[in-house]
Write a protein that binds this ligand. Structure first.
Ligand SMILES: Cc1ncc(COP(=O)(O)O)c(C=O)c1O
Length: 387
């Protein structure tokens, strides 16, 4: 049988056995609707409450109702930005201004574009430095009188760089002390929990997006943390679920699975970081030993070790991907939603404009199951193809 090696964990992870086992009974035994008043309904509600509370504790939030379950990080990002923009536009009749970066996930960038197209907001995107880090002074210098929101991702999904969220949050707090309009600070932390601290108090954020399927939980479930006092217009109207912010019957098994996955990620994050760093560094060293020409995109010192983005000058990423795929090795040129079109990464284009670097870069993302012998196999394949 063909050897299969998955190195695309930033696109998605499998559901861990522990999480899967934990979820199971909510599909087939305790399957009630949390809004029902009978025994099964109450059991389901208890499971949702328990999960919400667990997430609240993990991220260090003050109130249970600050956690809003959604269908994915995409929806959480939409709710954070549109919810706030709609509120300001309708309530205060002002066209608010939002600051973000040009290397956000499309679930931020496209939301901003859509809102601008509708005439509801204006926005500024700060470009990254060569190493993939956003200069927070450039963000702060973009603030205008009508700025209501700054949204900056925590861990970049393509190059793994960790942004200075904590420092930016501190600076925004200082600015807010002397200002009439409070600037809300949101971070998309979808790629963070396996290796990084996600305490909202340490990060100084007002809203935070988390996702389940990047951390060994099921797909189709995520949450938005939002500080109690922040008012968002809802995007999905209907019944009263999620404190009237997101209608629809709660998906109890997925909610339970997500909170379990987050708990496991939280408990193990230091251990995960150590293991993934060992794996990543091993891979880099093996490439060097085999004299394979490559350069690193991003900034290894300030990155999650689960993501490594490499530029191979000899061949296009498309050629490399097709070859690796024929050897059973699954990697990607960038984020999964964009990768289907095999288009060059816009994130690498932002780092290296007017070069062919984006067309020749590959994202390797490692998982807790990745073994050194898998990486030996990948290096052997790359050597054969590239040298
Ligand atoms: C940083 C970031 N934000 C948002 C998303 C969107 O997540 P989902 O597709 O689960 O909605 C992803 C997924 O790749 C991501 O990496």
């Amino acid at each position: 049988m063909k050897k299969l090696i998955y190195l695309d964990y930033a696109a998605t992870t499998p559901v861990s056995k522990e999480v899967f086992d934990f979820m199971k009974k909510y599909f087939i035994k305790d399957y009630g609707n949390p809004s029902s008043l009978h025994l099964l309904g109450q059991k389901a509600l208890k499971a949702v409450d328990f999960s919400r509370n667990k997430i609240k504790e993990i991220i260090n939030a003050d109130y249970f109702r600050e956690i809003i379950f959604t269908s994915g990080a995409t929806e959480s990002n939409n709710l954070a930005i549109k919810g706030l923009a709609f509120y300001y536009f309708y309530r205060f009749k002002i066209k608010p201004h939002i600051v973000s970066s040009s290397i956000e996930h499309p679930s931020i960038l496209e939301v901003l574009k859509d809102l601008e197209k509708l005439g509801l907001i204006e926005y500024t995107l700060v470009k990254p430095e060569k190493n993939g880090i956003i200069d927070i002074d450039k963000i702060l210098n973009s603030i205008k009188e009508n700025t209501i929101l700054i949204t900056l991702h925590y861990v970049n999904s393509e190059i793994g760089t960790i942004q200075k969220v904590k420092e930016l949050g501190e600076r925004i707090k200082e600015i807010n002390k002397n200002s009439d309009i409070e600037i809300i600070f949101h971070t998309d932390a979808a790629q963070a929990p396996l290796t990084e601290d996600i305490s909202i108090k340490n990060l100084n954020v007002d809203m935070m997006t988390l996702s389940s399927h990047k951390i060994y939980g099921p797909k189709g479930i995520a949450c938005l943390y939002k500080k109690e006092k922040i008012i968002l217009e809802r995007l999905i109207s209907g019944s009263e679920q999620e404190f009237e912010l997101r209608a629809g019957t709660e998906n109890v098994p997925l909610i339970v699975g997500f909170s379990k996955a987050l708990e496991i990620a939280y408990i193990n994050r230091e251990k995960n970081k150590e293991y993934l760093k060992e794996i990543r560094d091993y891979f880099i060293n093996r490439l060097i030993e085999e004299n394979i020409k490559f350069e690193i995109n991003g900034d290894l010192e300030n990155s999650t070790p689960k993501i490594l983005n490499l530029y191979f000058p000899q061949k296009t990423s498309q050629e490399i991907l097709i070859y690796l795929d024929s050897k059973g090795i699954m990697v990607s040129p960038g984020m999964a939603c964009k990768a289907r079109a095999l288009s060059p990464s816009y994130i690498i284009e932002e780092l290296y404009p007017n070069t062919d670097r984006a067309e020749k870069s590959i994202r390797f993302s490692f998982g807790l199951e990745t073994k050194k012998k898998d990486l030996d196999y990948v290096v052997k394949a790359l050597k054969k193809f590239l040298t």
